[in-house]
Ligand binder design. Structure first.
Ligand SMILES: C[S@@+](CC[C@H](N)C(=O)[O-])C[C@H]1O[C@@H](n2cnc3c(N)ncnc32)[C@H](O)[C@@H]1O
Length: 226
């Protein structure tokens, strides 16, 4: 029997623990396809909780910090045709992927993509700031599957240490970049809710709330401008 070379290559890649999303080069998020490479985190279903929450209230000017494939920003712009946005990442390679995905989704004209270290160089105020930052602590990162640690960029998953450094920066700088009444919505690890909520309150953010994902675990924190 003739052997399919595509099938052989896929099996060989999986034996090397390459994630299926990277073998296929595309993965669906919120019903849309996104290009995925080894420079980007594969969008996770858990992140759709953040998207649902963002869409629950109106907004017109979006900032997405650490955009990766652009999954969050592109989805929000595709769902809300009147919205414009800025999406940043520290990784130039990830931004190239996000640029491709924004074109493919037809939102490129409404989305500016910029290389930045969190808020550094970001100007202006936004009525919605979202982020799914790297949040895995150093000890837990060492226990993750090879599909994650060998193939996805570590910078997308862990900031090292206690896993909280991105939240410290985001909480500290968000008040200066939120419009009056603007919302901050961030994804968190299931056991980080209490600590990240405390960071946000300490930064002066108001109405800090925890939200669960579909499996009932704390997954998202929202807050509003002081
Ligand atoms: C967990 S991934 C999220 C990707 C995408 N937003 C998503 O939800 O699928 C975190 C992203 O933050 C970016 N990142 C890491 N450190 C950063 C920093 N200091 N400033 C800006 N972005 C950073 C990574 O390159 C990565 O794309």
């Amino acid at each position: 029997m003739e052997r399919s070379s595509a099938g052989f290559l896929t099996r060989s890649a999986r034996r090397n623990r390459q994630p299926l999303s990277q073998i296929l080069g595309t993965w669906d998020f919120y019903g849309r396809p996104f290009r995925v490479t080894s420079d980007t985190l594969t969008p996770r279903p858990d992140t759709e909780t953040l998207v649902e929450l963002a869409l629950a209230e109106p907004f017109s000017r979006l900032l997405d910090l650490g955009t990766g494939t652009g999954a969050i920003a592109i989805t929000l712009l595709a769902e809300r045709p009147e919205v414009t946005g800025l999406a940043t990442d520290i990784s130039a390679a990830a931004l190239d992927v996000a640029r491709h995905n924004a074109q493919a989704a037809g939102v490129a004209e409404r989305l500016t993509l910029t290389q930045a270290d969190w808020f550094a160089g970001v100007e202006g105020r936004f009525d919605l700031i979202v982020s799914n930052p790297p949040y895995v602590d150093a000890a837990t990162y060492g226990t993750l599957q090879p599909e994650v640690t060998q193939w996805e960029p570590s910078i997308a998953l862990t900031p090292g240490g206690d896993g909280l450094s991105a939240y410290r920066v985001i909480a500290a700088h968000a008040p200066a970049h939120l419009s009056p009444g603007g919302r901050l919505i961030v994804e968190i690890g299931h056991d980080q809710g209490v600590t990240v909520a405390r960071l946000m309150r300490a930064a002066g953010l108001a109405d800090v709330r925890l939200h669960a994902d579909l499996s009932g675990k704390d997954r998202v924190i929202s807050a509003t401008s002081p």
